[in-house]
Design a binder for this molecule. Structure first.
Ligand code: DAH
Length: 349
């Protein structure tokens, strides 16, 4: 039998089968047999090789016509059956959840990133803009222009990582960004600088040689300690919940005058005393104060102008440890957990 005769036979059989199918299941059977991936029509296409070259154009044309005709006949039969063929296939409910072992693993942000995001949100709502500074710094930005004298113990190599063979260092505080942003912009400004800092501390449950701080700086006419206190009050309530209280303890930092250590009432016990706050009712978040006029003067020297005239401008600054805040928020008792990338920990918080 020739290719064309066989094709004709196939056509007749297929049309008859589609016409005779009484329901969707029977029609699906016929479809698989004649039009399926391993069906008769596909097999025919392979036989094109046998067709003598002279007859190939004609055979190809007939094959295409047969294919179109059978597809159309199948579609018509399907419409007559009233149901799409797929309905007779395997049942798949795409809204049903997968069994746990087949579910794709969903990633999540690191608890430190989540804390930083929350800080940006809270302080952003108060008008603070996020700025950044380099992690490899010089002594001028990390110390000198922050009014830290040449003989200050924090400049010792026990307290700061100096890079070999140069006076460059890894910044030990985000306060560097205060100087950098004032060098490049005129007042007024209201910025926060979250970022990584480095200190050669021995690693334990509350210390690491790499950790994170968030620096805040607000410079304008007439900024006062009351603005600082009010801002931080809103900030701790946003972070730990309504009713959280702020406490200032007198302190000293070379770049602020007056300076304070800032505590929040313990988010775990509300202030009555527990193991998180070691019975004191308060947790320490970091330092703050009014920008020391000497910092403004140093910035003016670097800028070569008097943009930060201490007679005109005042400002407040604060610097808090981000790990510390994340630990309080999530009830984490060991800082090393942030660094170890242990998925059992990261999946929980
Ligand atoms: N830089 C200080 C530190 O790392 C923290 C700090 C204290 C930042 C007072 C400030 C500030 O902006 O006003 O210990």
């Amino acid at each position: 039998m020739s290719f064309l005769d066989d094709l004709q036979t196939l056509r007749t059989e297929a049309l008859a089968a589609f016409g005779a199918a009484k329901d969707a299941a029977a029609l699906e059977q016929a479809r698989i047999r004649f039009l399926g991936a391993k069906g008769s029509l596909k097999a025919f296409a392979k036989r094109m090789k046998e067709v003598p070259p002279a007859e190939k154009p004609q055979a190809g044309k007939q094959l295409n016509e047969a294919s179109a005709e059978l597809e159309a006949a199948f579609a018509a039969a399907q419409a007559a059956c009233g149901k799409p063929a797929a309905a007779s296939g395997p049942k798949l409910d795409v809204t049903e959840p997968l069994p746990p072992e087949q579910r794709p693993e969903i990633g999540r942000r690191h608890p430190l990133t989540r804390t930083v995001d929350r800080l940006r949100e809270l302080l952003g709502a108060l008008g603070f803009e996020v700025v950044e500074g380099p992690e490899v710094e010089d002594e001028r930005h990390n110390f000198d222009d922050l009014n830290i004298p040449a003989d200050h113990p924090s400049r010792d190599s026990f307290d700061t990582f100096f890079l070999d063979g140069s006076r460059a260092l890894l910044r030990s505080q985000t306060s560097t960004v205060q100087v950098r942003v004032m060098e490049s912009r005129k007042p007024p400004l209201r910025v926060i600088a979250p970022g990584r800092v480095y200190r050669p501390d021995k690693i334990d449950a509350t210390h690491a040689s790499t950790f994170h701080q968030i620096e805040g700086l607000y410079v304008d006419r007439g900024v006062s300690m009351a603005d600082l206190r009010g801002t931080l009050q809103l900030f701790v309530e946003g972070l730990f919940g309504a009713g959280t209280r702020v406490r200032f303890r007198p302190s000293f930092f070379p770049f602020t005058e007056p300076s304070a250590e800032m505590d929040a009432s313990c988010p775990a016990c509300g202030g009555s005393g527990c193991n998180v706050c070691k019975g004191t009712g308060w947790v320490e978040l970091g330092g703050c104060g009014m920008v020391d006029p000497n910092v403004f003067l140093a910035v003016n020297r670097a800028r070569g102008d008097n943009a930060y005239d201490p007679e005109v401008w005042t400002g407040f600054a604060f610097g808090f440890g981000i790990e510390r805040m994340a630990m309080r928020r999530h009830g984490i008792d060991d800082l090393r957990l942030f660094l170890e990338n242990d998925l059992r920990f990261l999946r929980q918080v």
